[in-house]
Design a protein around this ligand. Structure first.
Ligand code: F6R
Length: 615
């Protein structure tokens, strides 16, 4: 949600910043802007509504010289997407320019105070208030930019990752974070800022992950940077290596990141299970679980919290853990959990799931449970993210960077991690027979080949999808492990095609939604052949009797449903608890192809942004 990038060094800043914005555009694309200090230390801000490409167009005839700059791609919170509300924001004297990801919650009070002092505001943003406040402090206290930022942030309530430039001061870049991510890339005589590693990885693999309430002053050519926290204590920043290749953040010949990420799921699952699913021993190795097994053994229950797609994975986790580990599991949407004063026991184990590790509500839910003494186990994709740092232990999904706004490989790797956790816990707690454990470990290992087989059906699904571009509504039905997959299928279609879709447990149809069914309504029914099969066949019959158009996801060789449904997509046979890893693939492809057939920009769907860092 908003991407920020910065550079100070001896190269031209503009191309580095623009490329960085393109890489971060998945975080927001309402407007884009750039601030540069030119070779005379004059400050220039260029910004425009719309995507980064518009900004490039806008800058064509502008002075884009300079070896220090900051840039921003916006997902609007305060103030509509417009040129004026775009970042960077100038201070009143135009001596300062600031970019910001987050929300300054007390901006109205600060704005009123500044207005009384004669400050004028031209935008509706909280960010403009922050930059004016910094300027006010600089003038009042006659202090440096760094000191003023420090003082301002001590009085700010809210979340921020910021970068600030000062006219006449081409050797200093100031940045800070609280609640929104910020990484500093450390090159040879140059430094970079990024909301994540993607704008940095091309130039250096050495990075510093800034912690909350840390403020950094980066001086041109300096061997080290100065980092202080809000308590004014100087800290020694730790340089870490990023594990990311440039190829991972490029489209690699695919028209969209989303399609690339759907297709690379076999590979991401191999990375996720590498060294963890041990085929020869038919065993699972997860150090986070082994080291903390007593916490799980003593837990009276498990809470799983997450948002969106990660919440759907969490629901599958509940089915898995309750079935195989005999532990009660409650699944909580993080945004509800954090505000409803939930009962949390000291012996609770909370599993928090997040692809980005930066989702504000999930982080707040973690803080709440941690404060009450619960043990927090994270499942996260982004190494070094906030979630990874605030949890007691956890497992990375190792899916590789997910750039498409609609989550795909994050979901399957989260489900794979939940499956590994379940199997290992079941074995350690003695709730699962060893022979069954080994059988499931083997089946989990074999799942990637089965996903490959489904991906080979992409063209078939593409052809089928063209039939459904007319639809204004879709229904997704599943039972058991595949009920959360129905929710996920509906979410994927909604967010990238803008077709209204609902997911339901199949048997709930009769309790209301069946009233919606007519010959116009496509209904995706997930119906692999397991214990609920006959029941779901009856559900399909009921829908057919009302002229619904059925697209069924069935087990290989199914003849019964093939005779009733209008369209059928087969998935290879596997264990019932592993079917979500297969059934979700055709649903991702169906959404993708319907959306592209309707001409939607699937990598940048309207109103959305990846990584929801504001609540
Ligand atoms: C849907 C999607 C979102 C995210 C949600 C949580 O395709 O991407 O629903 O799943 O915003 O994000 P993370 O997993 O980063 O916490």
């Amino acid at each position: 949600m908003c991407g920020i990038v910065g550079y100070i060094g001896n190269k031209d800043a503009y191309p580095i910043l623009i490329k960085g914005l393109h890489r971060l555009e998945y975080r927001g694309y309402d407007s884009a802007g750039i601030a540069l200090l030119d070779n005379n230390a004059e400050l220039h801000v260029y910004k425009t509504r719309g995507k980064v490409i518009n900004l490039e167009q806008f800058c064509k005839d502008k002075n884009i010289n300079g070896t220090i700059g900051i840039a921003h791609t916006r997902w609007a919170t305060h103030g509509e997407p417009s040129d004026i509300n775009a970042h960077p924001h100038y201070s009143q004297s135009e001596n300062l320019a600031l970019i910001h990801n987050g929300i300054i919650e007390n901006y109205l009070a600060l704005k009123q105070m500044l207005e009384l002092k004669g400050f004028k505001f031209i935008s509706q943003t909280d960010t403009e208030v922050l930059v004016q406040f910094i300027e006010y402090i600089m003038n009042e206290e006659q202090c440096s930019l760094y000191e003023a930022v420090h003082q301002a942030l001590s009085q700010v309530v809210g979340a921020y990752a910021i970068g600030v430039l000062e006219k006449g001061n081409p050797n200093t870049l100031v940045a800070a974070r609280k609640g929104s991510p910020l990484i500093i890339g450390v090159g040879k005589d140059e430094y970079f800022l990024g909301s994540d590693a993607s704008p940095i990885v091309e130039y250096t693999k050495d990075v510093i992950y800034l912690n909350d309430e840390e403020i950094v002053e980066i001086k041109r050519g300096a061997k080290e940077i100065v980092v202080k926290n809000l308590a004014n204590i100087e800290l020694k920043p730790k340089i870490q290596k990023i594990q990311m290749d440039l190829s991972e953040i490029e489209k690699g010949g695919f028209p969209h990141f989303m399609l690339k990420e759907i297709f690379e799921q076999p590979k991401s699952l191999i990375m996720c299970m590498n060294g963890r699913v041990q085929t020869e021993l038919q065993d699972i190795m997860l150090s986070g679980i082994r080291e903390n097994i007593e916490k799980f053994r003593k837990a009276r229950r498990i809470l799983i919290t997450a948002c969106g797609t990660s919440w759907h994975a969490a629901l599958i986790g509940k089915y898995l853990i309750e079935y195989y580990c005999k532990l009660p599991v409650e699944v909580e949407v993080a945004s509800e959990f954090r505000y409803r004063n939930p009962v949390i026991f000291e012996d609770d184990v909370m599993i928090a799931i997040s692809q980005s590790g930066e989702t504000a509500d999930t982080l707040a839910a973690i803080e709440l449970a941690k404060g009450k003494g619960a043990f927090i186990y994270g499942i996260c994709n982004v190494v070094g993210s906030s979630l990874a740092r605030v949890t007691h232990s956890g497992t990375y999904t190792h899916a590789g960077p997910e750039i498409g706004v609609a989550s795909t490989k994050a979901f399957t790797t989260q489900v794979a991690v939940l499956t590994m956790i379940t199997l290992l816990l079941g074995k350690e707690l003695g709730t699962i027979e060893i022979s069954l454990y080994k059988q499931l470990v083997k089946a989990l290992f074999e799942i990637t080949n089965k996903i490959e087989k489904i991906i080979l059906k992409a063209d078939e699904i593409k052809n089928m999808s063209k039939i459904f571009t007319y639809a204004h509504n879709f229904m997704y039905l599943g039972r058991g492990y595949n009920y959360p997959v129905a929710l996920e299928g509906a979410l994927k279609l909604k967010e990238i095609s803008y077709i209204h879709a609902e997911g339901y447990p199949a048997a709930e149809m009769k309790h209301g939604p069946i009233a919606l069914i007519d010959e116009e309504m496509p209904i995706v029914v997930i119906a692999p052949k397991f214990k609920m099969y006959d029941k779901i066949v009856s559900n399909i019959e009921e829908l057919k009797a009302r002229k619904g158009r059925i697209i069924a996801i069935v087990s290989e060789g199914d003849t019964t449903i093939s005779n009733i449904a209008d369209y059928v997509i087969e998935i290879p046979n596997t264990e019932e608890c592993l079917t979500p890893l297969l059934t979700v693939i055709p649903l991702q492809l169906l959404s993708y192809y319907i959306a592209t057939a309707k001409g939607r920009n699937v990598d940048q769907p309207r109103n959305l942004a990846k990584s929801v860092t504001v609540e």
